[in-house]
Design a protein around this ligand. Structure first.
Ligand SMILES: Cc1ncc(COP(=O)(O)O)c(C=O)c1O
Length: 407
């Protein structure tokens, strides 16, 4: 288990400020790639204009957004502009019904609407940090700050930052696996009895996935620990049968949004699912008066009803990603993490020279530099189709061999 030292893990540093932990030696801290490593995927502000022609640092469905929903937005704006006049009372109702159907027919009353998974992570980080509201499942057991919450690392940069006070359960081997992640989860659930454990599943950035059966078994074995599962990427792996939403366990919380699956992260609409009334009420009390804007609710609702679009693009993405994996494995060998997702992670002790080489070829990938509870490597989102794949193939062909499988 790793407890981050000193100040909380903060993804956004000022230019030139060194990261904590081991610093990669060969890439100057003034380089755009170094600066970008402290930002989130898709944030290309450090690169010069026009430098990047293929952005594989993003981690949403790059086939999105579904074009027909744009028509529905156009209709709202052009035919019913008066709908924008009043506060958006009740616009979350059809949205929650659509999300309940999207999750395989869960009870909409077990859902809360919010501005993406990020809003729920933010609220939960606050709610679960309080000694009086330590996340204990059935009671109001006091839960000392920082002792009651565990994060199964690595996780989304923002999660690790928001839960900076938590215990980080990091891999002990340089390369993580589903087995080790499950083992760490079991340990964390025991350690944080009366508190909560957070994990992303599939994991950002590695793509490692734990099955519904395994997660439910762990939750069932630890009824006094809250299990918060961030399923942001689940829709890009498979259908609602993979989700924990709908379980009859009281200690499970599920977070999802339509942003990544439908390629519309700019639409800020997510849900929290739990049948734990006490927790749902606590989170609801922290949400703002109108939890979604009319436009966000409208666009997300239209997208969620188009299951066929998601299934078709998911199949295309899995084909793209299988080709990506073959390409990456030919260069980096067993450093590539096996996953069934739209991105692949490559473990690299010093990822920046690889990211820099690719950016010089016009391709952005997400670099994770070592330090704190992070893993070290690059996350590459699948190129869409043969043309984009050819660009990446060319760029990797000219990668100096020192940074390839022997790096
Ligand atoms: C694991 C994970 N959860 C949540 C988010 C943010 O989700 P949203 O856009 O729904 O707020 C991200 C974004 O990268 C993520 O990687």
């Amino acid at each position: 288990m790793h407890k981050p030292t000193g100040t909380p893990i903060t993804p956004k540093r000022r230019a030139g400020q060194p990261a904590e932990g081991t610093l990669p030696s060969r890439t100057p801290v003034s380089s755009p790639v170094y600066e970008t490593a402290h930002r989130q995927g898709g944030d290309l502000r450090s690169y010069s204009a026009g430098q990047i022609s293929l952005d594989l640092s993003v981690c949403h469905n790059r086939y999105g957004p579904p074009r027909h929903i744009l028509k529905s937005v156009h209709e709202l704006l052009v035919k019913h502009p008066e709908d924008l006049a009043p506060p958006p009372y009740g616009c979350e109702v059809p949205y929650l019904e659509a999300f309940a159907a999207h999750l395989g027919g869960v009870d909409p009353d077990h859902l809360l609407p919010g501005r993406g998974v990020t809003e729920f992570l933010t609220v939960l980080a606050r709610v679960l940090s309080s000694p009086l509201h330590g996340g204990s499942v059935g009671s109001e057991l006091p839960c000392p700050r920082g002792r009651g919450v565990g994060v199964i690392a690595p996780d989304y940069t923002e999660t690790m930052s928001l839960f900076h006070y938590a215990d980080f359960h990091s891999p002990t081997n340089p390369q993580d696996s589903a087995e080790q992640r499950l083992h760490r989860l079991r340990q964390a659930m025991t350690r944080h009895t009366g508190g909560a454990v957070i994990l992303s599943n599939p994991c950002n950035p590695t793509g490692i996935f734990l099955t519904r059966e395994d997660l439910l078994q762990v939750a069932d074995e630890h009824p006094s620990t809250l299990l918060v599962v961030d399923e942001e990427y689940l829709g890009l792996r498979g259908g609602p049968e993979l989700s924990l939403a709908g379980t009859d366990l009281d200690n499970v919380v599920v977070l999802q949004s339509a942003g990544k699956s439908y390629g519309m992260v700019g639409v800020r609409a997510g849900v929290l699912w739990t049948r734990n009334d006490q927790l749902r009420q606590r989170v609801a009390s922290q949400l703002i008066r109108w939890p979604l804007s009319l436009l966000d609710a409208h666009v997300a609702t239209a997208a969620l009803y188009d299951k066929a679009w998601l299934a078709v693009t998911r199949a295309a993405i899995h084909d793209d990603a299988a080709r990506l994996e073959t390409l990456l494995a030919s260069v980096f060998g067993s450093r590539v993490v096996d996953a069934q997702l739209h991105y692949r992670f490559v473990h690299l002790p010093d990822p920046l020279p690889v990211a820099e080489h690719l950016s010089n070829c016009g391709i952005a990938v997400r670099a994770f530099i070592p330090g704190g509870a992070r893993v070290s490597g690059i996350r590459v989102t699948a190129p869409n189709g043969p043309q984009e794949l050819a660009l990446l193939t060319d760029a990797l062909t000219t990668l100096p061999s020192i940074w390839a499988s022997t790096a």
